[in-house]
Ligand binder design. Sequence first.
Ligand code: BJW
Length: 256
Amino acid sequence: MDVSPAPDAVEAVRSLLRAAVAVPGGLVVLTGAGMSAESGIPTFRDAMTGLWSRFDPSDLASEEGFRADPVRVWDWYAQRRDGVRAAEPNAGHQALGGLHRRHPGAMLLVTQNVDNLHQRGGVPGTIRLHGDILADQWLQPCARRPACGPHSAAPGRPPRCADCGNLVRPGVVWFGEMLPAAAIEAAEQAARRCRVMLVVGTSGAVWPAAGLAGRARREGATVVIVNPEPSEIDDEAHHVLRGTAAVMLPRLLEGI
Ligand code: BJW
């Protein structure tokens, strides 16, 4: 395994990427929270610092946690939604957007991120494994017929249906919830078929997304990780480049 951002290591990965984008679906890029860190959005573990440091992630990003203290969880998401709305795609997002424009159909971008920075950075077909933090949904399916609509949510922390009392929650995938079936199936199929999987800015601690790199490797793809720190899936990689997304991706993708 090559753990170095040395020029020859970067050049070796650039050669792999150049060959991968010559083939439809040849490249899969899997991103995590580190992808958006240089846009000012804290990584998931960073987000547990400061005001929220005394809470366990599973108390904030789970249905049990939301039911136990809806105000606390709603406020945490409200603060993060403000951060996402204020953020701009960074040079790493832009580099992926440029690659998509130059090689339409060659790259499939799969993200665990709940922000919209890949789409705004120029990759509209990004597969979102963990949902969309700016979307609202009812906590439980509405049992009424006709069903209560979004208009019946009365403002609050969180908003509550004025007709049936149902709560509004963010449209993300919490711990213990199934990922959107179409999204994880498309990601797994792409991982099986690609020639190169480029994994950027994820700790590799959360499943089933963490299993995609191993899946790609077992099917014969070359796996490249970009991360300034060790991750839990470094052993799946043929190349590990220690660097940040906004620095490494433009360097890797320029001119390809
Ligand atoms: C930089 C950087 C820079 C910094 N540039 N890099 C198998 C084994 C064990 C457990 C399980 C298993 N399968 C399923 C589970 C349970 C669970 C799970 O994985 N638990 C683990 C904690 C062990 N998974 C689930 O529950 C999933 N559902 C599921 O499996 O359904 C089936 C099922 C149901 C019931 C029972 C059993 C199975 C759902 C997972 C949903 C994850 N949701 C969250 C919250 C989304 C909403 C929100 O944002 O609030 O998704 S959790 C959180 O983690 C978020 C992220 O998308 C996800 C991954 O985190 P990510 O992106 O890796 O971020 P970080 O912060 O961890 O790491 C950042 C990285 O960036 C670091 O490495 C830095 O070094 C790096 N970095 N700056 C590049 N500038």
